[in-house]
Design a protein around this ligand. Sequence first.
Ligand code: UDP
Ligand code: MG
Length: 344
Amino acid sequence: MRLSIVAPCFNEESVIESFDAHVRSALDALPVDYEICYVDDGSSDNTLALLRTLAEKHPGRIRYTSLSRNFGKEAAILAGLGEATGDAVVLMDADLQHPPGLIARMLDLHSLGHDQVVARRDRSGETRLRKALSKSYYRLVNHWVDVELADGVGDFRLLSRRAVDALLSLPEQNRFSKGLFSWIGFDTVTFDYANVAREAGQTKWRFGALVNYGVDGLISFNNRPLRLALHLGLLLTALATLYAVWIVASALVLGVDTPGYATLLATVVGMGGAQMVMLGLIGEYIGRIYYETKRRPHFLVKEHSSVKEHSSVEEHSLVKEHIRAAEGSRATERDRELGGAGLR
Ligand code: UDP
Ligand code: MG
């Protein structure tokens, strides 16, 4: 059995070596053949140089892919998954927040036939506000979203080869991986571990990024918010109609009376606000459609520890399609040049 570790790294110069040492000593103790696939997500510090040295020191064991700029963790994970050759893949953060000691447990559970083995962290060491916010967020999301999202469940997990292939076959640009993991299904088992603080370096999450991530979670997996907007619109229209009937009736019965500036203004402003919100919501979906239709690759590779000849970008789904399309058009051009000789 061959195991691949995939670790995205963005400015992790302060921990990467210690991560590597920890992971390798954990893996050396296990009865598996392994490789570690690092993905440098456009780091601006010394991370790439360190990865090069590691790969030179342990050829065959350690590989790296360096992306042309910072594409974000989701893209880096995708790059790593494409690179991995193992029968199973373990996704890990490079900051040692995912204890390498748990890999043995994951392998045990995997050998029982589970395709996804998920390590769920508790929230020890987090502020109470953060805990409460996360908890209510997950309650809200699970009410709205079609796939099940669990609190504390992140990217630290083992995926079987077929689960990895399933993930790689999903072409979407906006990759909310928590949702994707849940969407692909397969036999999944979860176990808990105590949250660990980052060993060194800094988290890349700002509060704003977390909020955006939350919105992604809500919107990426369903169109229920659009349905909600529709329902709200219908409700407001009904109320407005009733109010109009009442106004007209009272004008007929009691005669026209002009006061009502305050209610009028409140209604106009309120309706305006509601419309803006709904337009914004629709815009959010259209924006996503816009990005999806561009069909750009999820990441670009700058550099490889060349064990495999060509980049995994070329091997997967969309990119494969692009290449086929390009080859197709080349073929027809050639045919034209040959004066239709291709027909024969
Ligand atoms: N990471 C990445 N690209 C990014 C941001 C983060 O590859 O744009 C990596 C980072 O190097 C780390 C992992 O993703 O290995 C988790 O990041 P971080 O520790 O900042 O997130 P947190 O653990 O605070 O959720
Ligand atoms: Mg971290």
